[in-house]
Design a protein around this ligand. Structure first.
Ligand SMILES: C[S@@+](CC[C@H](N)C(=O)[O-])C[C@H]1O[C@@H](n2cnc3c(N)ncnc32)[C@H](O)[C@@H]1O
Length: 277
């Protein structure tokens, strides 16, 4: 059964946006037959926990977290409830000490920037390889009632994490609070961000050649500028041989060529500006 059907049948109250079910189905499908640990932040009336209990493997651990102590009443066989504040780092330390590593965390809690950021920072290292962190209702990053739009919105935090994932490429940079030893990929939907966790796949990349690497090669036109530079250099050296042997002229020549290449990139950027509007 799909999550939408389980939602409609659930006896406990829940409210969801129509497009969410497709996102749940596509991300959670591959975990259905496995015994996993699934955590949802935000219990409210217990409606969604009912869905997850029926959706995942019957021996899966389903855990709900909420700030409201009344939610403890939804605890029953196969559903564990933890009461705590998702914006409190100590709560998460304590939670993962008790529960151990998990496979999926779905955040449908309070949706503030701080709640979503702290939940992500504290949970990513505690998710098993091939697991996922799914943050819901990320439209909060654009709404006044959540103090947004802001430079420090959750969505802007995820843009930093895009840089973080790319910084795995050698010598590009590093954030102090980096998660790039855990996050393998980031997926965006309207109102959702999914972080796919796999520490084994986040190793530092290296370039490898196939067996024909030493055979004769034609010019790679990605390096068109460098080829032009080489050709110009040959011409210059030929015509002004007497000057080129002087270090100063050599320096001037390289300086001018590098500036030409630099300005070429600036003119490319200007041509692309319209795509940033
Ligand atoms: C949108 S409702 C959850 C709905 C539920 N997932 C469903 O689909 O039926 C949000 C819940 O988050 C809880 N919540 C709000 N702030 C929280 C916080 N700081 N920590 C944990 N839970 C919080 C609220 O008490 C509320 O029950």
């Amino acid at each position: 059964m799909k999550t939408y059907d389980l939602f409609i049948q659930s006896e406990k109250y829940s409210t969801k946006w129509e497009k969410y079910f497709d996102v749940y189905d596509s991300i959670f499908e591959k975990y259905r037959d496995k015994k996993i640990t699934f955590v949802e932040v935000g219990i409210f009336n217990g409606g969604s926990l009912e869905i997850w209990k029926k959706f995942f493997h019957p021996e899966s651990r389903i855990i709900g977290i909420d700030l409201n102590p009344e939610c403890k009443k939804f605890e029953k066989k196969g559903i564990e409830i933890f009461i705590g504040d998702q914006s409190n780092e100590n709560f998460w330390d304590d939670f993962y000490k008790k529960v151990g590593k998990i496979d999926i965390l779905l955040d449908d809690g309070g949706h503030t920037n701080m709640q979503q950021i702290i939940t992500s920072i504290k949970s990513v290292p505690n998710i098993n390889d091939d697991g996922v962190l799914l943050i819901e209702d990320t439209h909060a990053s654009y709404k006044n009632e959540f103090g947004n739009p802001s430079k420090y919105s959750f969505i802007n935090f995820t843009k930093k994490l895009i840089d973080d994932v790319n910084f795995k490429y050698p010598n590009l940079g590093r954030f102090r609070k980096s998660l790039n030893n855990y996050i393998y990929s980031i997926q965006y939907y309207e109102s959702f961000v999914a972080f796919h966790i796999n520490s084994k796949k986040t190793f530092t990349n290296k370039s490898i050649n196939n067996r024909s690497a030493n055979k004769e090669m034609i010019d790679d036109f990605r390096h068109e500028n460098l080829i032009k530079k080489k050709m110009l250099k040959n011409k210059l050296v030929k015509n002004f041989k007497f000057l080129y042997k002087y270090r100063f002229f050599k320096w001037c020549y390289n300086f001018i060529l590098n500036k030409i290449i630099y300005f070429k990139y600036i003119s490319d950027t200007i041509k692309c500006l319209k795509f940033f509007k």
